[in-house]
Design a protein around this ligand. Structure first.
Ligand code: KIV
Length: 273
């Protein structure tokens, strides 16, 4: 564990992620949406933090990621950035803030970078967004791609099932990955695609691939923090490993507190002035 290249790095950059990929060190990424959580993740030395539009689900309770606004993601991102010294902070461009045209995409990306202090942005899609990728990159903003299951397109696909199970879709994803690579994205998230196909995509590109539900043959992994910690309780796809049951622990602790208040056990003599 201590001999990992990233262990002795004070600030993770896109160049460090590329070196990790080249030297076969896996990249560990998690989502965060607030200062306190981001601080803990950074203290644990997670390589990268994604301020995902999954905030719409886990923070705001929406059914899809579509409703989150640019102002809301900037609020989350700036909170995260204040808690982070080391991890690379990547922020999702929300649905509707980049699909219109590349000028709109650049404007949204600049607002995120300027107002939050994040390190990079992430966009969903392949060939459709390549003009925006070019324009954002030309302003010096690193771009992460996102292929496979792209939750912002849920209304087009109608389901969150595994992607690239038919050859036509797989071909498009493979081609999109090559295009994003050629246009200068620094990494690509591969969401919910078969493991062997993720391996093929990873071997085709020269930049890191970060998988979620994409098996082990990728350059790194990303999970939604609230899912891996068991705070969200109904969501349990096959790819999700729960590292803790924090939801149950929180409920237990709150029940304990309520009980203490009701029976006048809290506050005690030492807990008052
Ligand atoms: O919004 C998000 O959390 C994401 C991850 C699932 C990759 O895009």
């Amino acid at each position: 564990m201590n001999n990992y290249l990233s262990r002795n790095v004070n600030k993770i950059t896109t160049n460090i992620l590329q070196r990790m990929r080249n030297e076969s060190e896996k990249i560990a990424m998690l989502t965060a949406y607030d200062y306190s959580t981001a601080r803990l993740l950074d203290m644990a030395k997670v390589d990268s933090i994604l301020v995902g539009d999954s905030a719409a689900n886990v923070m705001a309770g929406y059914k899809t990621t579509l409703p989150i606004t640019l102002n809301e993601i900037i609020y989350h991102a700036s909170s995260v950035v204040r808690g982070v010294e080391r991890a690379l902070v990547v922020v999702d461009l929300p649905f509707g803030t980049y699909q219109g045209n590349s000028k709109e995409a650049l404007h949204s990306a600049i607002r995120i970078m300027k107002e939050s202090g994040a390190d990079a942005v992430k966009l969903e899609g392949g060939i459709e967004i390549v003009e925006s990728v070019d324009r954002i990159l030309s302003a010096g903003i690193p771009v992460m791609g996102h292929l496979g299951l792209t939750p912002q397109s849920i209304n087009k696909f109608g389901t969150y099932t595994v992607r690239a199970t038919d050859s036509k879709e797989a071909e498009k994803i493979l081609k999109d990955a090559q295009i994003l690579n050629a246009h200068g994205c620094f990494a690509i998230v591969l969401e919910k695609i078969p493991a062997n196909f993720a391996k093929q995509v990873t071997e085709t590109v020269t930049i890191p691939t970060i998988g979620i539900g994409a098996g082990p043959h990728v350059s790194g992994q990303v999970l939604v923090f609230h899912d891996m910690m068991g705070i969200t309780q109904q969501f349990s796809p096959r790819f999700l490993r729960r590292y803790h049951n924090l939801g149950e622990e929180i409920i237990g602790a709150v029940e304990h507190y309520i009980n203490d208040v009701k029976k006048c056990d809290f506050p005690n003599k030492k807990e008052q002035y």
